[in-house]
Ligand binder design. Structure first.
Ligand code: FMN
Length: 366
């Protein structure tokens, strides 16, 4: 097991798409507009969050009807903050690596090294069809993403870069200026399938996975880290969680129950159908949503499964338990983002740091 000695990091999902993070008609005091999001980024930075993750959607069938583009939106959030790093999600296909490499190098220069990218391989056939994008088979999507990442790294770190790939070709290309961050801006990637994990074990700096139980997450991490070690590669792990912290566990559980009771069944089923295409289509049937129930799908990245639902102490202890199986970052979603991110910063994060410090002292004493 590879528990990091570093403090566990925190990210939040940027609500740059409408409808919040749950497919439910419950009241969500969260807005996808820029004013709300600028303030949220400032609150998160103040609360001790390290990263904000934007989402990329060109179209969506589960209530996320309006979507701001992720790279432009990330830059706006960076302009409103001074320490927070913002991860811009991008989809190979619509983006060519040379465009992204140049955009990100410029944003990195403008923000003194606070931009990162999340390479999304795609799961929604309807979206690809709507924008005239060729729908590759599941594992082919990852083969393209891997080449995309190799191209990004090559452009960012080498002069006279050449790549003769199946998807991308470069001839003696030199990007100037290069990004400020060394060796390059961090590269995140999401997924659960065999192909997603294998790609992470070869080329990504960070692997994001859907919510899961501690045991489920441990199995994924052990698999990825064993493979990465063989490849002489290091990869950090981020796990999604929909966080509901209240004064009592009963209150927190009641909120989740209400979210599920008020779920929009049609939208959840439409989403379920779309992800079946993506997840179960992976050859081994282990894709992101292959085992998700109706209740799980109400939070569209299985965030309830991680069980960060309860009192501040319960949630802090569960976060440290995730760290113990090798998690480096928790990616959080909330019902009422601004108020709950602030609450999390005041009541949960200090407890996490306390428990981490106690464990550190125990290690030193042992
Ligand atoms: C944390 C996280 C963030 C993601 N963000 C996006 C996104 O913004 N847009 C998108 O279309 N897909 C997004 N995805 C989907 C993945 O990139 C990938 O297509 C999906 O997880 C399919 O995984 P599979 O190979 O395990 O089936 C995200 C996945 C995770 C785990």
């Amino acid at each position: 097991m590879s528990q990091s000695r570093n403090p566990i990091k925190f990210a939040y999902w940027v609500p740059n798409v409408s409808g919040g993070l749950v497919v439910s008609k419950i009241e969500q005091r969260t807005s996808w507009d820029i004013h709300y999001n600028r303030r949220l980024a400032q609150i998160a930075e103040e609360a001790g969050f390290d990263y904000a993750l934007t989402q990329i959607r060109f179209t969506a069938g589960y209530g996320a009807e309006y979507q701001h583009e992720s790279v432009a939106f990330s830059h706006a959030l960076l302009g409103a903050t001074s320490r927070l790093k913002v991860i811009a999600a991008v989809l190979p296909g619509p983006w060519h690596p040379v465009v992204l490499a140049k955009q990100i190098a410029t944003i990195d220069q403008l923000t003194e090294g606070r931009i990162a990218v999340n390479i999304v391989s795609g799961w929604f056939r309807g979206e690809f069809t709507a924008i005239g994008e060729h729908w590759l088979e599941h594992d082919e999507r990852y083969r393209r993403s891997e080449e995309f990442i190799q191209a990004l790294k090559g452009i960012w770190t080498q002069d006279n870069f050449t790549l003769k790939g199946d998807f991308y070709r470069f001839n003696d290309y030199t990007l100037k200026p290069k990004p400020l961050q060394q060796p390059h801006p961090e590269i995140f990637q999401g997924g659960s399938s065999r192909a997603a994990r294998d790609m992470a074990a070869r080329v990504s700096d960070w692997y994001f996975t859907n919510g899961n139980t501690v045991e489920g997450i441990k199995a994924q991490i052990d698999d990825i880290r064993a493979k990465a070690a063989k490849n002489n590669h290091q990869v950090k792990i981020g796990v999604n969680a929909f966080v509901v912290v209240r004064d009592t566990e009963e209150e927190a559980r009641a909120v989740v129950q209400e979210i599920i009771d008020k779920a929009d069944p049609e939208a959840v089923r439409a989403f379920g159908d779309a992800v079946t295409q993506a997840g179960k289509a992976s050859p081994e049937g282990e894709g992101n949503w292959a085992k998700s129930s109706f209740e799980d799908l109400v939070q569209y990245n299985d965030g309830f499964k991680t069980n960060l639902i309860g009192t501040p102490r319960q949630v802090a202890e569960r976060i440290v338990a995730l760290k113990a199986v090798g998690v480096d970052l928790v990616l959080t979603g909330f019902l009422h983002f601004q108020e709950e991110v602030e609450y999390f910063g005041k009541h949960v994060l200090p407890l996490v740091r306390e428990i981490e410090a106690e464990q550190q002292q125990e290690r030193v004493a042992a």
